[in-house]
Design a protein around this ligand. Structure first.
Ligand code: UD1
Length: 414
């Protein structure tokens, strides 16, 4: 499968967002802690989500996806080895380690896969679980953990999203109180805590850098609607900025995207926000952004670095974009240059001299967000762009061609 894009159209219309993939994935993993039905609403139909549901099924739980509604029941789950065939489909598979260990006092998982954007270690996940009392044995093929977990005080070396979530879930059924210092503050963390609390857990402070979890004996089922996807929202906003037009995004919390709003304003877009709706207006003629660095929330998200590089490619003047989280996250730059961009990569910084136009080309999605950046470039470029290897894009955007064609893009899948 590939995407065929005839560039040059403006983007206009309204968009209602799905729940955030990065909120839904840990919530599905967290269902392992619950012995009853959990219903999750507004879930996008994504490869990564199905990979997580398949892991639950492989362990004997039930997990169904029906038009945006996920129903999970982990009552009869058995903590057998999670096969590499399943874990290599998504890096987020590692999230399930903490909940399985917390509930069954043992867990076995093959090493996780995911986007090739850097080494992506899991040392913080494992050292956090060790501090809760787990014995961990890492073999060539799998990670085996066992032990009764007890609350502990854990200081993270850096505020890893996944490690914070894994430790938080492991602590839910642990004996006593756990305190996580230097926790990640991303909105998806606060959302996971809200889900746990809706199931009867006791998590306090999520969204700040200190999270306190009081262990409980068990969780009960619930119906939950996760927060909307700020990265998909940002992708749309940047695409509208690049192509020109007027887009209204429904149901987005301004604080989730405030750093992007600031930079789009610097680039020359008009943005307004009213009652959870964000409006972006762009003439398509943009100014460069002299300096932008990715960072932990609330700073500019690494997941919107790639789309922003497309914007800088066609913005007037010189821009500089520094990637601070992942070391191999500029693979899309090569393809943008193929399309006529002028980008030089110097270590973890991209130096961009804006060009007047991009030309349609055959390009290759090397990872999820880099793939989205190429789609935006194709929507802007003169002529036809073919984006290949779109399995990466399908991991994070539900039918991206439908998303964009609904607001005026000339894009289809074949
Ligand atoms: C999550 C998001 C991903 C996003 C990233 C950063 C999900 C499913 N994915 O990924 O979309 O790009 O946050 O916002 O939510 N690190 C270590 N040791 C560890 C764990 C991480 O050194 O044990 C480092 C990583 O190499 C990276 C940094 O910490 O440099 C941040 O990674 P982390 O926040 O853990 O990202 P993920 O949870 O994998």
């Amino acid at each position: 499968m590939e995407l065929v894009i005839n560039g040059g159209n403006k983007l206009s219309g309204e968009v209602k967002l799905h729940a955030a993939k990065n909120a839904v994935l840990p919530i599905i993993a967290c269902c392992v802690l619950v012995g009853e039905d959990v219903v999750i609403n507004n879930v996008p139909d994504l490869i990564d989500i199905h990979a997580m549901l398949d892991i639950i099924k492989s362990l004997g739980g039930s997990a169904e996806y029906d038009e945006g509604t996920v129903t999970v029941n982990c009552n009869s789950l058995v903590p057998t080895l999670i096969d590499r065939e399943l874990t290599k489909r998504a890096r987020s598979s590692i999230f399930i380690l903490g909940p399985i260990l917390s509930r069954f006092h043992e867990a076995k998982i093959s090493y996780p896969g995911g986007c090739e954007i850097g080494t992506r270690p899991i040392d913080l996940h494992l050292s956090g679980l060790k501090q809760l009392g787990a014995e961990i044995c890492e073999t060539e093929k799998a990670i085996e953990c066992k032990g009764n977990l007890n609350g502990s005080e854990i200081v993270l070396r850096l505020p890893s999203v996944g490690a914070t979530e894994n430790i938080m879930m492991a602590a839910v059924l642990a004996q006593g109180r756990t305190i996580i210092h230097n926790a990640a503050k991303e909105p998806e963390i606060a959302d996971l805590a809200a889900f746990i609390n809706a199931c009867g857990g006791k998590v306090y402070g999520a969204g700040s850098d200190i999270i306190i979890i009081e262990g409980v004996e068990k969780l009960h089922g619930t119906v939950y609607t996760p927060i909307s996807d700020r990265i998909v929202a940002g992708t749309y906003m940047i695409a509208t900025a690049v192509c020109g037009g007027k887009l209204v995004l429904r149901d987005i919390n301004l604080s989730y995207i405030s750093s992007l709003v600031n930079f789009l304003t610097v680039a020359g877009c008009r943005l307004s926000y009213r009652a959870n709706d964000m409006t972006v207006i762009s003439s398509g003629r943009l100014s460069g952004i002299p300096k932008l660095s990715t960072g932990y929330y609330p700073y500019y998200p690494t997941d919107l670095q790639a789309p922003m590089l497309t914007l800088m490619s066609v913005a007037k003047g010189r821009s500089e974009l520094k990637e601070n989280l992942f070391e191999s996250r500029f693979k899309h730059a090569v393809w943008l240059n193929e399309m006529g961009a002028d980008i030089t990569i110097d270590g973890t910084t991209a130096i961009v001299n804006g060009v007047k136009k991009l030309k349609g080309k055959e390009v290759f999605a090397e990872d999820l967000r880099g793939g989205a950046a190429l789609v935006i470039a194709g929507l802007k470029a003169e002529g036809q762009t073919i984006v290949k290897n779109i399995c990466h894009i399908d991991r994070g955007y539900e039918k991206i061609e439908c998303l964009f064609s609904a607001i005026g893009g000339d894009i289809y899948r074949r």
